[in-house]
Ligand binder design. Structure first.
Ligand code: SF4
Length: 370
């Protein structure tokens, strides 16, 4: 199953309306973080290191609705923390469905199976399940053995009950292209609607600072993974953003395209950097010095960033920049990116060691938990 036509049409109509109105900066996806607490402690996460009194707090449904209306974006992504730990998450979701927002509820899926009865299938609701690769890679990434099996079981049950389900995968240094490609096959076999990919971001608060992909390594990794695609793989993100990850095109960052609202207000400048907060969305748009952000700004925190939260909106904006952007998107959507060199490079790769072996070889800041 692909993205519903109604969602594609809603996004297209929204972007065209912004262009007709001559809006220079407009949001595409609201990143709504209703809480920071989580039931995992991933080594690459920069969201759960807040003090206990912050982790105990959460946005009310009314605060969420106010932010959604203020922002006006057609898509609302709900990351965290773990949103399913919010005691009113089903009320938040129902309120957003009533407002005809397309929701991606991002979850590690540890609680998904038991919480499914709280929700009803809707074209507006997708569970975006965090899975960072095949079993051993995912368990290593989230520092929890058995996490993959629980998440996969929840995906099966959600698909069986008729929910839209996607996966979101963050790739860090040391990712094994062969294994990632095998993971794509496994996810399509499970019946997910599509897959989303992003390189990790070097959060200052994350416990392990050695995981991050530098730009050139990011491009090489994504070229190996995404060249010579199988036709059955479906990706739930902009085809031009994927070309950007593969190093086939350059984009500048548009951090206002995916603004973040959380307990502190509207986060400057983007989902991954915290450079202060604005009280209103308008204040965020108008009073942020956007020239200080993006790789071309010289800001070291942006130098290696290729996150979807900075560049996916740029890619969508490019699609609607004219007939050329539209034609490039169609071509990119159906291209399999035949690349014999990439195929040979994958063949030459040594089998990657088991991720837990890397802990013994080099140390990773991870501890096994179960
Ligand atoms: S380049 Fe990355 S870190 Fe910098 S503003 Fe854009 S999304 Fe944020």
């Amino acid at each position: 199953m692909a993205i519903p036509l109604s969602q594609m049409w809603t996004v297209a109509a929204y972007v065209l309306k912004q262009k007709i109105q001559g809006r220079k900066r407009y949001p595409l996806v609201l990143m709504l973080e209703p809480l920071f607490r989580c039931n995992l402690a991933c080594a690459g996460c920069g969201k759960i290191q807040y003090p206990h009194h912050i982790l105990k707090q959460q946005l009310t449904p009314e605060e969420c609705f106010r932010a959604v209306e203020e922002c006006g974006a057609p898509i609302v992504s709900i990351p965290g923390g773990e949103p399913l730990l919010h005691p009113q998450i089903h009320e938040i979701v129902e309120g957003l469905i009533a407002r005809e927002k397309y929701i991606y509820l991002c979850t590690n899926a540890l609680l998904l199976k038991e919480k499914l009865p709280l929700f009803r299938p809707s074209k507006y609701l997708s569970f975006s399940v965090h899975l960072d690769g095949q079993r051993e890679h995912h368990d290593f990434s989230v520092c929890r053995e058995g996490g993959f099996e629980i998440a996969v079981e929840a995906v099966r049950e959600a698909v069986r009950r008729g929910f839209r389900v996607t996966t979101n995968t963050t790739l860090f240094d040391g990712a094994d292209p062969r294994s990632v490609r095998a993971f794509f096959d496994e996810m399509m076999d499970l019946g997910v609607e599509g897959m989303m990919l992003s390189p990790g971001y070097a959060y200052e608060k994350a416990p392990n600072q050695e995981l991050w992909l530098q730009r050139e390594r990011t491009r090489r990794l994504f070229r190996l993974i995404l060249s010579n695609r199988k036709r059955r793989w479906v990706f739930n993100q902009s085809a031009l953003f994927m070309e950007f990850l593969m190093g086939l095109r350059e984009f500048t960052c548009t951090p206002w395209g995916m603004p973040t609202y959380n307990l502190f207000g509207w986060q400057r400048p983007c989902y991954v950097q915290q450079d202060g907060y604005a009280e209103t969305f308008q204040e965020l748009l108008e009073e942020t010095d956007w020239t200080r952000y993006g790789p071309e700004s010289g800001n070291p925190k942006c130098a290696n960033c290729m996150m979807h939260s900075g560049y996916e909106a740029t890619a969508v904006h490019h699609t609607f920049s004219g007939w050329r952007g539209f034609a490039e998107t169609i071509r990119a959507t159906f291209s399999l990116y035949k690349d014999p060199e990439a195929a040979q490079e994958i063949e030459r790769l040594q089998p990657a060691p088991h991720p837990w072996e890397l802990v013994q070889i080099g140390g990773s800041g991870r501890e096994r938990t179960s």
